[in-house]
Design a protein around this ligand. Structure first.
Ligand SMILES: Nc1ncnc2c1ncn2[C@@H]1O[C@H](COP(=O)(O)OP(=O)(O)OP(=O)(O)O)[C@@H](O)[C@H]1O
Ligand SMILES: [Mg+2]
Length: 235
């Protein structure tokens, strides 16, 4: 067993003036390298909050978080940003592509921040685009490709720095059923190649494609079960 992340009694309180709201009330969770986990639960149950803590986009209020064996809850902003860049790839519901940049340039963005030179960026971004089946679209703008293709671009971009963990928050929320299944096929393929994948979803169909299903309710873990027969998605 190779534990990739370990949350211990994580709480998160949002401060709003005089009012506090506790969105996470003590969540403990261990995830092994190579798992494919669905994080489910009703609207407002804390899924995005937990994802942001896991992805080092936000800090827990209390609790411990070990990422690849290292305590990260108390790191400085800079060290957190570094850990985030090297260990985590993000995919969001709304794609978040730069509309005036080509598909290829969008995939190059993390490589640019990481200081790769122009040629290495290009080569690496092309390899990732080919991996997600979009090698022929590299010149297009985001407005010239479909929603499912946009999400593939976002996945390619998330993978450029070979993160240990791929985090996706409602990655199929803006896609029709058929396209959602294609994206799940891509995640399954990446998982088979060794990526640890965590997907937030409130669609049971999407959860059924994952090997493990964790449910949140009102800021607490409600259930955590293995799914011995994940649905196979075919692209
Ligand atoms: N920045 C914030 N300030 C105050 N309260 C917040 C903030 N972000 C989230 N919350 C509250 O925390 C709770 C959990 O929110 P969260 O976004 O994690 O839910 P979710 O499970 O992702 O829901 P959904 O399925 O609708 O995306 C909600 O009650 C929400 O209103
Ligand atoms: Mg959410």
């Amino acid at each position: 067993m190779n534990t990739i992340l370990e949350l211990n009694q994580i709480t998160k309180t949002y401060k709003m003036g005089d009012l506090d709201f506790q969105a996470l009330k003590g969540v403990s969770l261990e995830i092994e390298a190579g798992e494919m986990v669905a994080l489910m639960g009703p609207s407002g149950s804390g899924k995005t909050t937990l994802m942001q803590v896991i992805g080092l986009l936000d800090r827990a209020t209390t609790g411990n978080y070990k990422l690849r064996g290292r305590e990260v809850a108390s790191l400085s902003e800079n060290d957190r940003a570094e850990a985030r860049n090297s260990d985590i790839g993000f995919v969001f519901q709304a794609f978040h592509l730069l509309s005036r940049q080509s598909i290829l340039e969008n995939v190059e963005v993390p490589l640019m921040y990481a200081g790769y030179n122009a040629k290495d960026r290009r080569d690496r971004a092309m390899t990732m685009l080919e991996k997600v089946g979009l090698g022929d679209k590299w010149r297009n703008l985001p407005s010239q490709i479909s929603g499912g293709q946009k999400q593939r671009v976002a996945v390619a971009r998330a993978l450029t720095l070979e993160p240990a963990i791929l985090l996706a928050d409602e990655p199929t929320g803006n896609l029709d059923t058929r396209t959602s299944i294609e994206i799940m096929a891509l995640f399954q393929e990446l998982n088979e190649e060794g990526a640890t994948v965590i997907i937030v979803t409130h669609e049971n169909d999407i959860g059924d494609h994952c090997k493990r299903i964790v449910r949140l309710r009102d800021g607490l873990l409600e259930s955590d079960r293995q799914n011995p027969n994940p649905h196979r998605a075919r692209a």
